[in-house]
Design a protein around this ligand. Structure first.
Ligand code: RP5
Length: 163
């Protein structure tokens, strides 16, 4: 059973999806992946979220660009955490459209917004949520942070030597 569902508003959001998938695969997390549009296929979105929620999905990640209603629409059908990723690839206004659409949710229906095209952080945040009740995942997140710290240290050392 997958605990994470990743929904894209369009196949043009796949570049963001690749970043999400890479992290989830690295952490051996199984996930569901769908393309469902809040504006173009609203009935399918409602059906899917209600069904996925009752099946045991614990976190939804929703990626959308332009007037990005998707994360908010997902949140309207579930009380599970929803992480919204504003996508900039199609945007003539550099992603500001989707940032505001995802960020400015009406009080009472929260969506956690990560960076524009921020698939990596969306995936990590979803894992952090699961890790609250999963010791193994918590330890793996700790190891990930330690590796990350070491990588920065190595880069610093190399950079300093170049000077
Ligand atoms: C949004 O509109 C999608 O999430 C996508 O970022 C954008 C453009 O979609 P397409 O016209 O490329 O299908 O709903």
């Amino acid at each position: 059973m997958s605990e994470i569902a990743v929904i894209l508003g369009s196949d043009s959001d796949r570049n963001v999806f690749e970043k999400i998938a890479r992290v989830l695969v690295d952490f051996d997390i199984s996930y569901e992946q769908r393309i469902i549009s809040a504006h173009r296929t609203p009935d399918a979105l409602r059906d899917y979220v209600l069904e996925a929620d009752s099946r045991g999905v614990k976190v939804f990640i929703a990626v959308a660009g332009m007037a990005a209603a998707l994360p908010g629409a997902v949140a309207s059908f579930t009380t599970k955490p929803v992480i919204g990723v504003p996508a900039a690839s199609q945007s003539p206004v550099l992603g500001f459209d989707s940032v505001f659409s995802i960020l400015q949710m009406p009080p009472g229906v929260p969506v956690a917004a990560v960076a524009v095209n921020g698939g990596k952080n969306a995936a990590l945040l979803s894992i952090e949520i699961l890790a609250i009740s999963n010791k193994t995942l918590e330890e793996r997140l700790g190891a990930f942070r330690r590796r990350q710290k070491e990588t920065v240290r190595e880069k610093d050392e190399k950079f300093r030597k170049e000077g």
